[in-house]
Design a protein around this ligand. Structure first.
Ligand SMILES: *[C@@H]1O[C@H](CO)[C@@H](O)[C@H](O)[C@H]1NC(C)=O
Ligand SMILES: *[C@@H]1O[C@H](CO)[C@@H](O)[C@H](O)[C@H]1NC(C)=O
Ligand SMILES: *[C@@H]1O[C@H](CO)[C@@H](O)[C@H](O)[C@H]1NC(C)=O
Length: 982
């Protein structure tokens, strides 16, 4: 009996416990949480300070805790972006009701063992992305039967993917991207038949092909495997992925054709196959797949019935550039109403472009350059008035520029060089208001430049050489004040060059050679103070060479040959420091001024009446009587000068070097009014303005009044690093000309040292101004202009240089500001050119590239740097401009940087907003914005826009960051609502 009553008691007790278990579990949950906090978390910012037991014991309103609405069980722990560190806090899993555990973007470290994870097998969601976990991936037991989401991306996991990863029956999301996984890509992942997202990109896998069983993943919506060493062909079974919306297999080594079966991708929106070794023709089905129904787009009244029928035509972005594709683009591509981006460049496509391309879609970005396309340009390309980039150079397009392009208001980047286009260019096209870059060289265009060009007020590049343009240069060209490169060479222009061209004071290159210009050279050319290249050869210019040409401060390239210029050579020209010089075949006469170097003698030929006492093939000049006296005094003066210069050079040596000057190698990149002797003695303590890892920077004021910045690199041969810096600066900067990139004037290398001479930037670096007490000078407008300028400089390096250049050390201290606060990107000492092709992506560096606080997170695990790393760093600069804070300001707390701080504030919900309704912004910008710039209400809208861009640029996934060219576009967009980047 006693036994019976004990049994009864026990069952009663059990019943009692069972009924009140919610209460017990609540108490238990709070205690578990508090216990985990104290034992397993390091909450340096005190973000979890409200995790304290209260009277009701409920943890449900604690930071990061979600409870079941009915029973108040703890079901979710989300500690994203709270600056927390520690090992994997498996203690949370003692809460049996817990379903979601999210630790994204913190500083959790260490290995994840199967043992430490085993208490967590009841979880549905485990998100550990963007932490510092390392070691092998844990082998997970079969008990993880309810796991839906496993996100281990952006950590430092290495080794193989364990076979147990093929055995999660319920898994929908598997993200292992951005790790150091080095095994091969296993086929057992295709057993995960519930998967909707599979992300494996940015891992150094062993060369692997996509398993043919991939087609089993019929629920897959996102397949993201860029830069993962994929080889072989795309399996036919890919066509079974009927739900796929995003396919990204870019930056791999895939070969063969796109399989015909791709027609099965009924839901596809984005196809990224660029930078592989794919070949063959595009299957008709690739574009069919988006249509399902076939109709004839050449009928005119499509719009009505299209909108009803084509919901399934979803392809928005088709990027196949940098492969070996051949054949034609099927016409049916034009029947896709959603196409926004089409990039086919660097392939061998041929034939005509689809005639109706653009007619029913909002095409924005169109790049088919470097292929073998023929035929006319599709006339509807900008039908819907969205086209911004029209890039078709290096093809064989012919016929006229469609009239309709003249209506394409958003067009700003046009490159059509090296085709066979002909006919006149309409006045509307010349005057497109947003046009910045117009490149049409080597075509058969004809007719005049329309005066309407004056409405293209932002034009920086007008490159139309090698056509049959004719007529006079309209003087309204002179209102294009942003013009940097003006090249009309090899056309049939005639008449006088309008004298107002000298108002184009940003002009760096003026090339009018091989036309039929007449009249005198424009006066006051000395106003073109930025001019480095002036080519007026092969025209019919008459009159004298204007002496003021000798005053152009940075001219290095002067060609006036094959004209009908008369008079003597002005002695002022000897002041120029030219790399290239030609005045041959004119009608110049008289004595060649002394000071002309022998190397230029051939540049004087074809002027039969020139004479010189010493330049050999020229006849000696007839000697007047009094010359003898003259001669004697000249001799005396020379002697004095020689003596003086001897003393002078002796002084230099004792000041600075012991090597004789002959041992130096000097290269000038611009015409410079000074030499190394003017520089070296001034590299003294008083002139020192900065010191860095690679050397010291001096400000040197020259006798001419000009100020230059001189970087002296450490150690010469003794330090291989300074050699690298020297080489990359001289090779890269020496050939770059851009208004937002600092100019290298001269370099000079001796055995013991290297010096680099740059133009001096009055206002120092953006970093110094912003963080050194000058911030009040920078109002929002100035900051925005700086952001846009710097973006343009970087976009130039990434997109306009061939091969592309990655800066690798973008930071506010490397953005210099001139007197007008115009920014110049500087310090390309770590820059690298990106050689595409050859398959090797040489990014792994023995030394860290970049500066702490600006380094993109993926660098930590890939050691690879590409354009995307620069874009990340640029995003940091945008954040600095908005907040006025340094990237590692102490106020962010121990485990936090500017990105976390800004992103958190930017994502803050509307509730956080201050109550007074002064700004239309949906977030609390006021907390973020640097108060020193005292922004006006209208500024906030633009700040909000720039903030969005900054957040995009600093996305932890390189893939999500917009290109620099896109950043420039986004910055320029007037309204602040942004679409998501592609
Ligand atoms: C949490 O809830 C309790 C009682 O419901 C309340 O007193 C406390 O202020 C709340 N804490 C927070 C941070 O909202
Ligand atoms: C758990 O995660 C899933 C998937 O991310 C999400 O849809 C759900 O809202 C989360 N639940 C809680 C309680 O956080
Ligand atoms: C593509 O369209 C053509 C023409 O309508 C049709 O004959 C063909 O079967 C389609 N192919 C696929 C794979 O749908």
């Amino acid at each position: 009996m006693q036994y019976q009553s004990i049994k009864l008691f026990l069952s009663l007790l059990f019943y009692f416990l069972y009924c009140f278990s919610p209460v017990i579990s609540l108490n238990g949950d709070s205690q578990v949480l508090i216990r985990v906090k104290s034992d397993q978390l390091h909450d340096s910012d005190g973000k979890l300070s409200n995790w304290v037991t209260t009277s009701d014991q409920s943890p449900c309103n604690w930071t990061g805790i979600t409870c079941d609405a009915q029973n108040k069980y703890v079901v979710g722990v989300d500690l994203s972006r709270l600056g927390i560190s520690g090992g994997f806090p498996n203690g949370f899993c003692r809460i049996r009701t817990l379903r979601n555990l999210t630790l994204t973007d913190n500083s959790f470290k260490g290995a994840l063992s199967s043992l430490s994870l085993s208490p967590c097998s009841h979880l549905q969601v485990l998100e550990l992305s963007s932490n510092e976990f390392n070691g092998e991936l844990p082998d997970l037991s079969r008990e993880f039967g309810s796991l839906h989401v496993l996100d281990l991306s952006n950590n430092n996991f290495s080794g193989d993917i364990p076979t147990s990863f093929g055995r999660f029956p319920a898994l929908k999301v598997l993200n292992l991207g951005g790790n150091s996984l080095s095994g091969s890509l296993p086929s057992f992942l295709s057993n995960l038949s519930e998967l909707t997202r599979l992300e494996l990109g940015y891992n150094p896998f062993k060369p692997s092909s996509l398993p043919s069983s991939l087609g089993n993943l019929s629920k897959l919506e996102n397949l993201w495997v860029p830069d993962a060493n994929l080889v072989g062909e795309i399996p036919d079974s890919i066509g079974q992925l009927v739900s796929l919306t995003n396919l990204d297999l870019s930056d791999n080594f895939l070969s063969g054709k796109i399989p015909y079966t791709i027609a099965g991708l009924r839901s596809i929106e984005q196809i990224e196959l660029f930078n592989n070794q794919l070949s063959g023709e595009l299957p008709e089905s690739l574009v069919n797949l988006t249509t399902l129904l076939r109709f004839d787009v050449s009928q005119n009244n499509l719009t009505g019935h299209l909108s009803q029928n084509v919901a399934s035509m979803s392809l928005e972005s088709l990027n196949l550039n940098d492969n070996h594709f051949t054949g034609e683009i099927p016409e049916i591509l034009a029947s896709n109403p959603n196409l926004v981006q089409l990039k086919l460049f660097n392939n061998s496509f041929s034939g005509k472009l689809p005639e109706n391309l653009g007619k029913i879609c909002d095409l924005v970005d169109f790049d088919v350059s470097t292929n073998d396309f023929t035929g006319e340009l599709p006339q509807f390309l900008c039908h819907r008035n969205k086209l911004q980039n029209l890039v078709i150079f290096n093809n064989r397009f012919s016929g006229k520029l469609p009239e309709s392009y003249g209506e394409c208001k958003p067009l700003y980047y046009v490159r059509m060089a090296n085709n066979k286009l002909s006919g006149e260019v309409s006045s509307k096209f010349w005057g497109l208001p947003e046009l910045e870059f117009l490149e049409m060289f080597n075509n058969n265009f004809e007719g005049p430049i329309s005066p309407s060009i004056s409405t293209a007020r932002n034009l920086t590049h007008l490159l139309i050489s090698g056509n049959n343009f004719k007529g006079q240069i309209p003087s309204l060209v002179c209102s294009l004040r942003q013009l940097l490169f003006f090249d009309l060479s090899q056309n049939l222009f005639f008449g006088e060059v309008p004298s107002c061209v000298t108002q184009l004071n940003k002009l760096e290159k003026l090339d009018l050679h091989q036309n039929m210009f007449t009249g005198r050279l424009p006066g006051k050319l000395n106003l073109l103070i930025a001019l480095t290249e002036l080519n007026l050869s092969n025209n019919r210019f008459t009159g004298n060479i204007p002496p003021e040409l000798g005053n152009l401060p940075v001219l290095t390239h002067l060609d006036l040959s094959n004209n009908m210029l008369t008079g003597e050579i002005p002695v002022e020209l000897t002041k120029l420091n030219l790399n290239q010089f030609n005045i041959s075949h004119n009608k110049l006469y008289g004595k060649v001024p002394s000071g002309f170097e022998y190397q230029f003698v051939s540049s004087l030929s074809g002027n039969p009446d020139l004479c010189s006492p010493n330049l050999k093939p020229l006849p000696p000049c007839p000697r007047p009587k009094h010359e003898i006296v003259y001669f004697a005094s000249v001799l005396a003066i020379c002697a004095i000068l020689m003596l003086a210069s001897l003393l002078w050079s002796f002084k230099i040596k004792s000041d600075f070097v012991s090597k004789p000057k002959r041992r130096w190698k000097v290269t000038t990149f611009q015409r410079v009014g000074f030499s190394e002797e003017d520089i070296c003695p001034n590299l003294t303590e008083q002139n020192l303005i900065g010191s860095g890892a690679s050397g010291q920077v001096y400000r040197v004021k020259l006798k001419s009044g000009q100020t230059v910045a001189v970087k002296r690199l450490w150690g010469g041969n003794l330090k291989p690093e300074s050699e690298t810096v020297f080489k990359s600066e001289t090779e890269i900067l020496g050939r770059i000309r851009h208004g937002n990139i600092v100019k290298l004037l001269m370099c000079c290398s001796g055995e013991e040292f290297r010096i680099l001479v740059y133009e001096y930037m009055e206002n120092g670096s953006l970093g110094d101004v912003l963080h050194g007490g000058g911030a009040a000078l920078l109002d929002w407008h100035t900051r925005f202009t700086i952001a846009l300028g710097a973006a343009k400089g970087l976009a130039y390096l990434h997109h306009d240089c061939v091969p592309a250049i990655v800066h690798r050390d973008v930071k506010s201290n490397n953005i210099l500001l001139d007197t007008d606060m115009v920014p110049r990107v500087a310090d390309l000492g770590l820059a690298k050119t990106l050689q595409r092709g050859a398959g090797e992506i040489d990014g792994a560096m023995s030394r860290v590239a970049g500066t702490y606080g600006y380094i993109a997170p993926e660098y930590a695990y890939t050691l690879k740097v590409n354009e995307k790393s620069d874009i990340y760093s640029f995003g940091i600069i945008l954040m600095e401009l908005i907040t006025g804070k340094r990237p590692n300001d102490a106020c962010f707390g121990e485990n936090k940087d500017i990105v976390k701080w800004v992103t958190e504030a930017a994502l803050a919900s509307p509730e956080v907003k201050t109550t007074e309704n002064t700004s239309s912004c949906c977030r609390d910008l006021r907390k973020l914005v640097d108060p020193r710039m005292m922004p006006s209400t209208s500024d906030y809208e633009e700040i909000d826009k720039v903030l969005n861009i900054a957040v995009l640029c600093t996305s932890s996934f390189p893939f999500n960051r917009p290109s620099m060219r896109r950043v420039v576009e986004l910055l320029k967009v007037k309204h602040h609502k942004l679409e998501s980047p592609k």
